[in-house]
Design a protein around this ligand. Sequence first.
Ligand SMILES: [Cu+2]
Length: 455
Amino acid sequence: MKPVSEAAPRPATDQSTSDPAEPAGDSGWRNAVMSELSRRHFLRGAALTGGGFLATTLAACAPATPTPRWTYGPIGVPEPAGSPTPAPATPVPSAAASATPAASAAIPPGFSASDVDARQVVRRYLGNLVPALEGIFGATTFGKLGEILAVADGYPELSQKPAFMQVGQQLTLTDLLAPLTPEIVDGVKVYRLTIEEVSLKIDELRPPVEALGYNGQVPGPTIRANEGDRLRVIFTNKLKEATTVHFHGVEFDDFFQDGVPFVTQLPIVPGETYAYEFTVKSTGSLMYHSHHNATDQVGRGLLGAFIVEPKDNPIQYDREYIWVSNDVLGGFTINGCGFPATVPILAAVGERVLVRFMNEGVMMHPFHSHGFVMNVVARDGRPLGSAAFECDTLGVNPGERWDAVITADRPGVWAFHCHILPHVEGPSGMFGMVTTLIVVPEKAHVDAIVGALLA
Ligand SMILES: [Cu+2]
């Protein structure tokens, strides 16, 4: 296998259609193979002699015997034995214990400690959004919210950023997964991504998990293009293990771009740079993800959204929210985080919110919108046209993408979650695949909230 140089990326077709025994016009190929073999021998030698390196190398080479990882529960509930999530050096405090001493000591009449925990995760989810809502919703509404959360306690989260901002998520709220800007080279849109290990915080109060990401993030940056574009997507593998990338839902003319190891290409080995090149015909909500040891690699975060704007009849919307679900790494997540560190959807009254559900997990999740009907307009990137339908609970199978438009016609804080209840709520409150749709009266309020969060 020949690494593709950064300076002159070689489309995978060059490699895949070549005779590996005698690659025409590529005299360096065999040297590259020998060099790579030598490097692997070095790695093996190093593994036998280096203590810390030994552990990491062996871990990377461990057989793929995935341990069930859909065990992410409420804060304070111990992980079952065998969970890959590293044990914290000190016990994770219960949500109640992380509140002020006065608040945690005072359990309201009729409440249990679990009820206090359940309230606490919502306090963490909203953080200092709560005082920001006072001038937006008005005294009466805010008074009720304040009573529900016991704002009068003066709990510390009132002055703290919401949990989703404490885990390093890139904040734009309505376009969470910032797109990657391509270079234009001879009319080709060139995207560059690294594939690397990432220390991922699913929630600030939990120990980080050893994840894998594209460009250091989970999900990877969104790749956006237009129908008919010629794309060259160049990946550099900085992992200790091989991988490949599959563009999910794309109809390729050249099947060697399909990213399946030993079917359409050799694995991209550590240190190698590999280019996929194709003209985009498929449109809508697509994905890209690992197709090598995928239970583990996708489960640990090698996934991202790939969105192709069609030439004709694009979906009409005012705001967009990409919702990539996963259920392996660290449990039940939306865009790499579990409640309360999930990002709320913000919209103003009257706006149409496009939610692009993308399931990168290994099980189906029925996502349920409180308060609003979802108008489902596309499945797997394909417009449903006259077959569009309405629902408030939408099952999304692994690998599927569904596009739903919600018209946010009433203000409020509306829950939005998977309806397999063990994925979202336990005795100490909500966790996992939960977020909210926060509808405010005016567009300017959305800007004000974002401004306040970033201040
Ligand atoms: Cu679920």
